[in-house]
Design a protein around this ligand. Structure first.
Ligand code: NAP
Length: 246
């Protein structure tokens, strides 16, 4: 149980982040639902959590923006005084083959997926250190471990997240703060919705379990890493991918 824990989930209005927010709240955590553009969706999940007796609040912030992230962290800490669980989930794709990939598309993906996590960890780190406890969970991807054609920017950002995870894990280990990554395989969300039937078939062939995962599969892993069951686990990458990375 995570009763009374303060959890921040970035990009929690939609997709995987939304399910993580829902599950953390079901376990008793107070959830700060960060969103960027999807205000209505964020308010919807807050309403759902509140109606079920939980506590949640939606706060807008572009994680790619250093100053905005600092203001976001300040707003959270002014009100809640601490943060126990930080889930860096916000992410985007701008897929293209390397010879056609624009500098902007490369930068945008790195800024949101990798710098975004850095911003949040950086701005919440003082609070974590003062508390001498906490869990940071970064949502990486199998693309960061295996690479993926058409995703040089995305795979670089997700591989970078693993380096970030391990370095921060080493820095904060002695202060009882665990830092881990979850690497989802292919999960049914808006991010993967646009794939053609043919691409889906081809992809399923590469998944030993033969099917895509769902957002609940990722949320289950996050809830585990956020709880006391993971108190002696740090610097790890937990693949939730139907066996793709075995
Ligand atoms: P999604 O449905 O496209 O949702 C992306 C989320 O990220 C949205 O809530 C979006 O918020 C948020 N976001 C994007 N840019 C942001 C920014 N600058 N600041 C704050 N929030 C921002 O994607 P998903 O499939 O749920 O993916 C969630 C995470 O899992 C991502 O990191 C993704 O890379 C990773 N992942 C997904 C899969 C998959 O198969 N789906 C596989 C491996 C890893 P707004 O809507 O409010 O803008």
């Amino acid at each position: 149980m995570l009763t009374g824990k303060i959890a921040v989930v970035t990009g929690a209005g939609r997709g995987i982040g939304r399910e993580i927010a829902r599950r953390l709240a079901e376990c008793g955590a107070v959830v700060i639902v960060n969103y960027h553009g999807s205000k209505e969706a964020a308010l919807e999940i807050v309403k759902e959590i509140t109606e079920k007796g939980g506590t949640a609040e939606a706060i807008q912030c572009d994680v790619a923006d250093f100053e905005a992230s600092e203001a976001f962290a300040k707003q959270v800490l002014d009100k809640y005084k601490r943060v126990d669980i930080l889930v860096n989930n916000a992410g985007i794709t701008r897929d293209n083959l390397i010879m056609r990939m624009s500098e902007q598309d490369y930068e945008d993906v790195l800024d949101t997926n990798l710098k975004g996590a850095f911003h949040m960890i950086r701005h919440f780190s003082r609070s974590f250190l003062k508390q001498r406890s906490g869990k940071i969970i970064n949502i990486s991807s199998v693309s960061g471990l295996l690479g993926n054609p058409g995703q040089a920017n995305y795979a670089a950002s997700k591989a970078g997240l693993i380096g970030l995870t391990k370095s921060v894990a080493r820095e904060l280990a002695s202060r009882n703060i665990q830092v881990n990554a979850v690497a989802p395989g292919f999960i049914e969300t808006d991010m993967t919705k646009s794939m053609t039937e043919e691409a889906r078939k081809e992809l399923s062939g590469r998944i030993p379990m033969g099917r895509m995962g769902n957002t609940g599969n990722i949320a289950d892993a996050v809830v585990f890493l956020a709880g006391t069951g993971a108190d002696y686990i740090t610097g790890q990458v937990l693949c939730v991918d139907g066996g793709m990375c075995m």
